[in-house]
Design a protein around this ligand. Structure first.
Ligand SMILES: [Zn+2]
Length: 665
């Protein structure tokens, strides 16, 4: 019993440490898979010994019961709003007011990125997270503790710290999670979120924390509220202390000696913000010393020692030249505006999504109209509004909602949630092209030489009608295509051949089953090991799997037991597609080796190469040291490569790595 308790505590510490490495220091030491294993062991021990469960255990992040509503929380120190400005002149005026208010004393600033999310207050008492609340009106907010607890970046307990520590910061949704969530929503027939901030806010307003937990929210701390003792004399130092306590603090916070340094920081980030994984809408500037903040005080509703500099909204105006309807891989019809090319946030935009036909009707956007476009989450261009209508009586007509699929002419149907139209013809070439492109994509079967142009030819020539047909292609068929040299045809066949032995999860993901993404595919592959076992599973068995759920289980079951798709899967197996089983170790080629990966990789994501290392008996580690046996260097490898060379550690490139684990031959 004592040993069990010790093991449980050790596991919690270990999980806590890996969370911190991942979310605070961005330097994970283990793969997701290994993390999941630690987690599963803890969960199992706790199930056997429920008396040892504590509220701060990482297994207790997600409450199984939905809340009925949100209680309200009064902020002991109000959460003030900050004055906004849009130009540098206003920053210099702010500086003059600060200088005057401090009566000539020397002062400095701290500048930090303004994350576009939702302000949250976290209250820790004796190191334990006891409450989380939204800003609300600044005095009273909503109690969102159950939802906030699901965010892995937020520690449930701190190793150290004052008796009362109220941390304030921003809950946000990383751009990648935002894009994935919207894709998922379209597939499920739900409306997309307009931007990452709305997605974050919507996720915190859910009554069911289990859904919030899947939304991949993140957090940055940016100030303190009520504290039983100050952590430091300055804001900048306090934030470093918070980081040491295990709270994520944005790494780009900078102390600035004067306002010109602040302005340089603002200009710099206006240019660089597109490269961040989260959306920012400006810079927050604070007088750094707390005693000077107190001296300056508060005016009305905003502090005199703080100001935010907002970047000009990245919008552009252009003309709609035509409106097209695209057909996605699950048959979703999406209206797309073809635009007169215009520069927006560093790229030339020619097309913008109109999302769905309800929106087209609401905006009443028509050909020839001048529209305002913006990038959602700085990634996806979208039409925000119609600025100038060109209502030429003869040319301008409201956009007609299609009654049939624009590609195959087949019937269309509103889907169950009533938001999207779908082409219901399973043989639709547009869907087929999209499905094949997805199947061959990097995250799925990774058939490098099978690009969109070739897929187009194969489909229009009738050579490929389903996934299995890819594996039946003959040299003469390919070589007979336009602009296809013999050598290229051979390369295509070779790259198709290589894909036969991809891991099972990649094949499951590649099938493009509605609601089943890469992560679910991995869970399924681990659970069933072979495609045959998965096909035999009754729907109840699928539903019972953690993280699969009834909606996905049903759509998976229906897919696998549809006569057409079942035939294609059989044909795939017949054609020699033999995916590798879920967790099986593939070789001992890297047995006992400590391996560091650095630089940009072509063939693997970070997670994939870590899995490959593990599957072949190696260990991956994040830092190069005397104990490192091997470094795999991709492009633009930096200091780790230098260090490896200094220490005389063997360095190989990705191709050599693939050869070593027995692939690519
Ligand atoms: Zn169609």
């Amino acid at each position: 019993m004592k040993d069990v308790k010790k093991r449980i505590e050790a596991l919690r510490r270990e999980i806590r440490r890996h969370d911190e490495l991942y979310y605070v220091h961005h330097a994970p030491e283990i793969s997701d898979r290994e993390y999941d294993r630690l987690f599963a062991e803890l969960k199992e021990l706790e199930t056997e010994h429920p008396d040892l469960i504590t509220a701060a255990s990482p297994t207790q992040r997600v409450s199984e019961r939905p809340v009925e509503g949100f209680g309200s929380v009064r902020h002991t120190i109000p959460m003030l709003s900050v004055d906004n400005t849009y130009n540098e002149q206003a920053l210099r005026e702010f500086d003059k007011r600060v200088s005057k208010g401090l009566e000539g004393a020397a002062y400095a600033y701290a500048a930090e990125l303004k994350i576009d999310g939702l302000a949250i207050s976290l209250r820790y008492e004796k190191g334990l997270l006891v409450r989380a609340a939204t800003r609300g009106d600044g005095r009273t907010g909503d109690d969102v503790t159950a939802n906030i607890r699901t965010i892995r970046a937020i520690p449930l307990d701190l190793a150290d710290g004052p008796d009362v520590l109220e941390v304030r910061g921003e809950v946000y949704m990383p751009k990648r999670a935002f894009a994935a969530l919207n894709t998922e929503r379209v597939e499920a027939g739900k409306p997309e979120f307009a931007n990452p901030r709305n997605a974050a806010a919507g996720s915190l307003k859910l009554l069911d924390a289990r859904i919030t937990a899947r939304r991949k929210l993140a957090f940055f701390a940016y100030s303190l509220g009520e504290v039983s003792r100050r952590l430091a004399e300055t804001h900048y130092e306090s934030m470093q202390k918070l980081k040491a306590l295990g709270l994520p603090v944005n790494e780009h916070i900078r102390p600035c000696a004067g306002i010109e340094e602040v302005i340089a920081y603002c200009r710099d980030w206006a240019d660089r913000k597109a490269g961040l994984d989260y959306q920012i809408d400006g810079v927050v500037i604070k007088v750094d010393r707390y005693d000077q903040q107190d001296m300056l005080g508060v005016t009305g509703r905003a502090p005199r020692w703080c100001i935010s500099y907002k970047f000009a909204a990245e919008q552009a105006e252009t003309v709609v030249e035509s409106i097209d309807v695209q057909v996605g891989k699950t048959g979703t019809l999406t209206p797309v505006a073809n635009l007169r090319p215009v520069k927006l946030a560093g790229t030339t935009v020619k097309r913008a999504s109109l999302h769905n036909f309800d929106l087209v009707a609401k905006l009443d956007v028509r050909c020839g109209d001048t529209v305002i476009i913006e990038k959602a989450g700085e990634i996806i261009p979208q039409v925000m509004a119609v600025k100038e209508k060109n209502r030429d009586l003869f040319k301008s007509r409201p956009f007609d909602v299609p009654r049939q699929c624009p590609v195959c002419g087949g019937p269309v149907k509103k889907d169950e949630n009533g938001v999207y139209l779908r082409c219901v013809n399973l043989q639709c070439p547009a869907q087929l092209r999209e499905r094949l492109e997805y199947f061959a994509g990097k995250g799925q079967m990774d058939i490098e030489k099978l690009g969109p142009a070739l897929i187009d030819q194969l489909v229009s020539q009738g050579l490929v009608k389903n996934f299995a047909d890819l594996y039946r292609l003959r040299f003469d068929q390919l070589a007979g295509l336009e602009r296809m040299a013999d050598k290229s045809a051979a390369n295509v066949l070779e790259s198709i051949e290589r894909s036969k032995r991809r891991p099972l999860w990649r094949l499951i993901a590649g099938l493009g089953i509605r609601n089943v993404g890469g992560q679910s595919a991995q869970i399924l592959a681990d659970e069933f090991g072979t495609l045959e076992a998965l096909m035999k599973a009754p729907v109840e068995r699928l539903e019972s799997i953690d993280q699969i759920g009834p909606v996905m289980a049903r759509s998976l079951y229906e897919y696998l037991h549809n006569a057409d798709t079942a035939r294609v899967i059989e044909a795939l197996i017949e054609a020699g597609v033999r995916p590798e089983a879920g967790q099986a170790r593939t070789s001992d080629a890297l047995k006992g080796l400590s391996i560091v990966v650095t630089g940009t990789l072509k063939h693997f994501t970070r997670q994939e190469i870590q899995q490959a290392i593990k599957a072949n008996g190696g260990r991956s580690s994040s830092a190069v040291s005397q104990r490192t046996d091997l470094v795999v260097a991709g492009e633009n490898a930096g200091s780790k490569l230098d260090k490896a060379r200094q220490l005389g550690v063997e360095v190989i490139d990705e191709e050599a790595f693939i050869r070593r684990i027995g692939g690519g031959d």
